[in-house]
Design a protein around this ligand. Structure first.
Ligand code: AMX
Length: 479
């Protein structure tokens, strides 16, 4: 029967076929997992580390002196685009296809990862963030029971947020950018770092990853309270209420002050798709770099958050909303409609003013970001008539053509940040200066999963070679 089903699906589409294969392999893995019983994430990782360490040693021994690529002067000056010089376990980004989390596309993940209702599958809602966290850390698809165990563990760990953090956040000026507050909160929570303490106490290098895992789980568990405290302080009454009968995302929604099942589902999707985008993006790379100095996960991820706060990276989601409001205001002032024609004019005005169009373009991607596409699918399913969604759709119709005609960007298509704001806005989450904090809660899961493996695999201090302009000139002239 399974064979017939697979054959039939081959003729549907390659995506359906891949998804079918994922489901089959998931089913067989689930059988194996059920035989072994419910494991904790610590147990699974402990069983994987020796083999992974041996595999990496063997890879180095066999291929250590092979050449992965060369570096041109343009790449050296131009932000190292395409230079292959970083090991990354958790995800891989293809320019055409987009992100794969441990080999799984976003549609795959929506098929195979456990949801709040239980079994995997879009009919049961979006995957749980904890499911993806498990997949990123272990490369295995968890059972629902394993995910529930992780959820309970994270809820328990959230209580370990040091007692000085919330009062510190309460003392910050309300007009300080939420991302600045977020990094302050995370840095302040560093006093609880298990790794920093173990290092000071003389733990051997072979044990670093055990303490790092404690910190990774604690940071992920503590971030919602830091983030929600900032949101409630800046925009509301400062009161944060929890509901730990829910999953990580649902509880986070309650902490932010939202009690709406539709918004819970959106937050599950949102938190999953922002987790990881291979290693070279600024927030993941910064976390990896800072962590390579043996700064603990709190300090390392605070570095990542500072990178995320830049408008060319995570801050683009707030910029998109600001840009759309700019169109709306100008057209209202001029008594015009927001439509394809006026959006085109506004876009050219932005480009002629030498500004970027937020939410479009990408350093690696050369097609529409699948993180954009799945958010569009969500909107088509849950809010097809939303006015702002219609504007975002019209922008999507005209923008690739305009950017192509403009002729500068290598990728005229939308990225993740082009769509996230409109979904949040639909549920009444209109404080767009805060949007990057949500991105930051999610990115922790990817960047810190990798940081665990950085230490488990004993990766060294990152220290690429820089060169002076004089060196480049002399070197090239001597060739
Ligand atoms: N609007 C206008 N110009 C753009 C553009 C856009 N959306 N995207 C790229 N360009 C311009 C660049 O500024 C650059 O101009 P320059 O030669 O005068 O410096 C030229 O096109 C070539 O750039 P590129 O090679 O296509 O892109 P990049 O790798 O240098 O930069 C990115 C990538 C994302 C920073 C860029 O596309 C951009 O600024 N986009 C808008 C901001 C944004 O949406 N950021 C979020 C990205 C996703 C994320 O990290 N969250």
């Amino acid at each position: 029967m399974m064979g017939i089903a697979v054959c039939r699906n081959i003729f549907l589409s390659p995506i359906n076929f891949t998804t079918m294969l994922s489901k089959i392999s998931f089913a067989s893995r689930t059988l194996a997992r059920n035989a072994r019983g419910v494991a904790t994430i610590q147990e699974v990782l402990k069983s994987q580390v020796p083999q992974k360490q041996a595999d990496l040693l063997a890879l180095k021994k066999e291929h250590g002196d092979k050449v992965l690529g060369e570096v041109t002067v343009d790449q050296c000056i131009g932000g190292a685009r395409g230079v292959k010089c970083m090991l990354w376990e958790t995800s891989n980004l293809d320019a055409e296809e987009g992100i794969r989390f441990r080999g799984h596309t976003i549609p795959d993940c929506q098929q195979i990862l456990p949801t709040f209702k239980g079994p995997a599958g879009p009919e049961n809602g979006e995957p749980l963030l904890e499911s993806l966290f498990w997949l990123l850390l272990t490369s295995e698809v968890p059972t629902k029971a394993e995910v529930d165990g992780l959820t309970a563990d994270l809820h328990k760990r959230a209580a370990s947020l040091p007692s000085h953090v919330v009062p510190l956040l309460n003392s910050l000026p309300k007009d300080m950018h939420p991302m600045t507050q977020f990094t302050i909160g995370l840095n302040a929570a560093q006093t609880g770092s298990a790794f920093a303490k173990a290092y000071q106490d003389g733990a051997p290098k072979t044990e670093y990853h055990e303490y790092v895992l404690e910190d990774v789980l604690n940071v992920v568990a503590q971030l919602p309270e830091i983030a929600a405290t900032i949101y409630r302080n800046v925009y509301f009454d400062g009161v944060v209420s929890k509901d730990t009968s829910l999953d990580y995302s649902g509880n986070f929604c309650r902490m932010l002050g939202y009690d709406d099942k539709g918004f819970d589902e959106l937050m599950r999707l949102y938190l999953c798709i922002h987790t990881d985008h291979e290693g070279g993006n600024a927030s993941a790379h910064a976390t990896h770099l800072v962590g390579s100095t043996l700064s603990d996960p709190y300090l390392a991820y605070a570095g990542g958050l500072n990178a995320l706060a830049g408008p060319l990276h995570g801050l683009a989601n707030q910029e998109v909303l600001g840009w759309i409001q700019g169109i709306q205001k100008q057209m209202a002032d001029e008594g015009k409609e927001v439509n394809a024609e006026t959006i085109t004019q506004f876009t050219w005005d932005t480009l002629n003013a030498k500004k970027v169009i937020p939410g479009y373009g990408h350093a690696v991607l050369r097609k529409t970001d699948p993180r954009y596409s799945c958010q569009r699918e969500f909107a088509l399913k849950h809010m097809p008539d939303d006015e702002l969604f219609k504007i975002v759709s019209t922008i999507y119709e005209v923008m690739p053509g305009i950017l192509t005609e403009h002729g500068k960007t290598k990728n005229p298509y939308p990225n993740v940040d082009s769509h996230s704001g409109v979904l949040l806005w639909h549920y009444g989450f209109t404080q767009f200066q805060y949007y990057t904090v949500l991105f930051g809660v999610s990115r922790a899961v990817g960047a810190l999963s990798q940081l665990y493996w950085d230490r488990a695999l004993g990766l060294p201090l990152e220290r690429p070679k820089s060169v002076t302009p004089e060196f480049i000139k002399k070197f090239c002239e001597s060739q």
